[in-house]
Design a protein around this ligand. Structure first.
Ligand code: PLP
Length: 366
C-alpha cells in the first residue's frame, strides 16, 4: 500500500494537527552555533537550573527494581503525596508529567463536539489536548493585564461545556488568578481544572478545597520545583469518583519506577528543594528589575520561575535567534494576543548575569 493509501485511514480531524512547538534540546544545536553544548544556558522551558535533590540521584543509583513493572495503583507514591499535600490519597492520581493528566481529563469528559473553555493566552498543551480529543475549544480572551475575564467566561458557557481550564500562575503570562475569581468559576458547577504547575513558587493553592467542591480538580507537577522534568512525573487532586475513573482509564504503568522513586525522595527532601525554590524566587525579582532597566523590555510581574516580557523595540523572533546564537535559549511569542514577547526562565545567578549582558548588548543595536 502506498503512503498516500494508508493516510486515508487517519482520523480526518487529525490531518491538520499542528503538534506542539516543544523547547529545543541543546544537543540539537551542536555545530550550529559557536557555543559548545555544555555551555548553553537553557532558559526556555521553565526547568529547574539546580536539578533534582541529591537524594533522588542516590536513590536512583542504588535502585535495583528496573526489571519489575511499577505499582499501577501508585500506592506508596500516593501515600507520600497525601502527606505532602494534606489531601487524602483517594483523591490523588499521578501521571507521566502533568501533561498526561490533561490528556486523561479530555478523554474522560470530552467527546466529539463537546466544548472546553480555554482562557487565552495560556498553556499551549491545553489546546493541543482539546484538539487531540476532537473537542471544541471555546476561547475566552484574558483582559489587558492577562487576568481571566470571569464575566466573559460565564457568558461562554453552553449546554455543551464539559470542562473549564484555568492555570495559576498562568503560563506564559505568569498571572495569578485571585482566589475569589476561582471560587466564582467553581460556583458555575462545571468540572474545573486549576493547573498549579508553579505552586511551590507561589504558595497559593486550592488543594484544601478538593472534595469540598465536587467539581474542583487541581493539577501539580514535579517538573518545576523538584527538578524532575526529564523523568516526567505530575499528579492531580480530584473528587474521589473522578480519581477512580482516572486510575482505571490511565495506561496502567504510566508512571515508571524511576519517576515514582524520584517523586517520593523529592517530597522527603522538600526542605532542600524549597531552599532552591527560594533562591530562584529571589533571583527572579532581581532579574525583573534588570529586565526593566534595559529600557526596551517590559517585564510582567511574576511569582513563578519565569518572566514574560513584551518588547518595546525589536522583533521577538529575531532577539530569540540572536540569543540562541550566543548560546542562550529563551522562548518567543508573536501571536495576535501575545505580540513580540519573550518568556525567560530564571536560571542560576551566573546564567542570569550572562543573559542580561547579552540583552544589553543586543539592546545597544536596536
Ligand atoms: C501551566 C503548566 N501546566 C502543565 C505543565 C506541564 O508540566 P509537566 O512537565 O508536568 O507535564 C507546564 C509545563 O510547562 C505548565 O507550564
Amino acid at each position: 500500500m502506498s503512503e498516500e493509501g494508508i493516510e486515508k485511514f487517519v482520523r480526518p480531524d487529525l490531518k491538520s494537527f499542528g503538534g506542539y512547538a516543544a523547547s529545543k534540546a541543546p544537543e540539537t544545536l551542536k555545530g550550529k552555533i559557536s557555543v559548545p553544548v555544555e555551555k548553553i544556558i537553557k532558559l526556555d522551558a521553565n526547568e529547574n537550573p539546580y536539578g533534582c535533590s541529591p537524594k533522588v540521584k542516590k536513590a536512583l543509583a542504588e535502585y535495583n527494581g528496573i526489571h519489575i513493572y511499577p505499582d499501577s495503583w501508585q500506592q506508596e507514591l500516593r501515600r507520600h503525596l497525601q502527606d505532602y499535600t494534606g489531601v487524602p490519597m483517594e483523591h490523588i492520581v499521578a501521571s507521566a508529567g502533568s501533561d498526561q493528566l490533561i490528556d486523561l481529563l479530555m478523554r474522560l469528559f470530552v467527546s466529539k463536539g463537546d466544548e472546553v473553555i480555554n482562557c487565552i493566552p495560556t498553556f499551549a498543551m491545553f489546546q493541543f489536548f482539546i484538539n487531540l480529543a476532537d473537542g471544541t475549544t471555546v476561547n475566552v480572551q484574558r483582559d489587558e493585564n492577562f487576568m481571566v475575564d470571569v464575566k466573559a467566561l460565564k457568558k461562554a458557557i453552553t449546554p455543551r461545556t464539559k470542562l473549564i481550564l484555568l492555570a495559576t500562575p498562568n503560563n506564559p503570562t505568569a498571572t495569578i488568578m485571585p482566589r475569589d475569581d476561582i471560587l466564582e468559576v467553581l460556583d458555575i458547577g462545571l468540572p474545573t481544572l486549576v493547573d498549579e504547575a508553579y505552586y511551590e513558587f507561589t504558595g497559593e493553592t486550592m488543594a484544601p478545597l478538593v472534595g469540598k467542591y465536587k467539581n474542583l480538580m487541581v493539577l501539580r507537577t514535579f517538573s518545576k520545583w523538584a527538578g524532575l522534568a526529564g523523568l516526567r512525573i505530575g499528579y492531580g487532586m480530584f473528587p474521589v469518583e473522578i480519581a477512580s475513573y482516572l486510575l482505571r482509564i490511565k495506561e496502567p504503568y504510566c508512571v515508571n519506577v524511576a519517576a515514582q522513586l524520584a517523586a517520593i525522595e523529592s517530597v522527603k527532601d522538600k526542605d532542600y528543594l524549597m531552599e532552591k525554590v527560594n533562591i530562584i524566587s529571589l533571583e527572579r525579582d532581581k532579574m525583573y528589575a534588570l529586565l526593566e532597566q534595559t529600557g526596551w523590555l517590559k517585564p510582567y510581574p511574576s511569582k513563578a520561575n519565569f518572566i514574560l516580557c513584551a518588547l518595546l523595540k525589536g522583533k521577538a523572533k529575531e532577539i530569540q535567534q540572536k540569543l540562541e546564537e550566543m548560546g542562550i535559549l529563551v522562548r518567543y511569542f508573536d501571536t495576535p494576543l501575545l505580540k513580540d514577547s519573550l518568556r525567560i526562565s530564571v536560571g542560576k545567578p551566573e546564567e542570569n548575569k550572562v543573559l542580561i549582558q547579552a540583552l544589553n548588548k543586543i539592546g545597544e543595536a536596536l
